[in-house]
Design a protein around this ligand. Structure first.
Ligand code: C2E
Ligand code: MG
Ligand code: MG
Ligand code: MG
Length: 277
């Protein structure tokens, strides 16, 4: 696996400009086929609820099993999908697959799905979400949509209308990578979000800097002031977990709880963590 990733990196970054352009076009064509060829798959990262000491939710993260390059990570093909208009089809697949797998194999758990800001340009997104819920039978209250702060940089009237339409289904919205965007904090007041996910860059240093602690404490306070559920992303150590519990963070996500994994591995992790309590 590490070998594959190393190879990808070489292919994506070390070649000349002309080769890169050809490669890009090839990759675009291959990405177009990837869905039908069943080369996409989802992994799930556990989200640990502090109050109930339980894994109550997962985040679905997409992977592309490329026949020659091996596993390609989302950062290396989602931007391409956004630029080429393929994102809608991928998102449709991700939404339906995440809802299906959760409904069939993860009883009682919620699932969050990442949606690109570019998907808020038209109403296709509403249809894809509705279809995923209808076809999977998943209760809408168990689906959450993660968006980044870049969403607040596009047409607010259009965005709000679509958000409210989707929320009327019973679906929730989370702000991903909170604190890394360029938008004004007023959006917390003006847009209907249910939770924030504090970006891992803030969590990384909570164990060795009291300033970082204070910053995170204030971010948690800000989220709570707006009645939102607060998640910490990128929690990698027990010390970070303990600090975040002290700050009354609601949900913990990160390698310390679990890396993104298959549904089978997740079921096993949940069984083990329940045994150990
Ligand atoms: P994200 O939504 O912020 O997802 C969290 C990323 O941080 C994941 O990387 C995850 O593996 C990684 N991560 C989680 N815990 C830790 C930790 O403790 N330490 C460290 N160092 N990293 C951690 P991944 O899976 O490579 O995803 C990268 C990004 O790709 C995601 O960031 C999301 O923006 C995007 N993405 C993933 N799946 C989809 C999708 O289905 N649709 C769209 N539009 N974007 C997606
Ligand atoms: Mg996310
Ligand atoms: Mg994030
Ligand atoms: Mg991200």
């Amino acid at each position: 696996k590490a070998k594959h990733e190393g190879r990808n990196r070489w292919i994506f970054y070390q070649q000349g400009m002309a080769e890169k352009i050809i490669q890009r076009r090839e990759l675009e064509n291959e990405l177009r086929e990837a869905i039908d060829a069943e080369q996409l798959r989802l992994v799930y990262q556990p989200r640990y609820d502090v109050k109930s000491s339980n894994i109550t939710a997962v985040e679905a993260l997409v992977r592309w099993e490329h026949p020659r390059f091996g596993t390609i990570m989302p950062d290396q093909f989602i931007p391409l999908a956004e630029e080429t208009g393929l994102i809608g089809r991928i998102s449709g697949w991700v939404l339906l697959s995440a809802c299906r797998e959760t409904s069939e194999n993860l009883p009682g758990m919620s699932v969050s799905v990442n949606v690109s800001a570019s998907e808020f340009q038209d109403e296709g997104l509403f249809k894809r979400i509705k279809k995923a819920l209808d076809m999977s039978g998943l209760a809408s209250s168990r689906l959450e949509i993660e968006v980044t702060e870049s969403l607040m940089l596009i047409d607010p009237v259009k965005t709000l209308k679509l958000m409210n339409q989707i929320r009327s289904l019973g679906v929730k919205f989370l702000i991903d990578d909170f604190g890394t965007g360029y938008s004004s904090l007023n959006y917390l007041r003006d847009y209907p979000f249910d939770g924030i996910k504090i970006d891992k860059s803030f969590i990384m240093s909570v164990n060795d800097s009291s300033l970082a602690m204070q910053v995170v404490q204030n971010m948690i306070g800000l989220g709570k002031a707006y009645d939102m559920e607060v998640t910490a992303e990128g929690v990698e150590t027990e010390e970070q977990l303990e600090q975040l519990k002290k700050l009354e963070c609601d949900v913990i996500q990160g390698y310390y709880i679990g890396k993104p994994m298959t549904v089978k591995q997740l079921q096993q992790l949940k069984i083990n963590s329940e045994k150990n309590r």
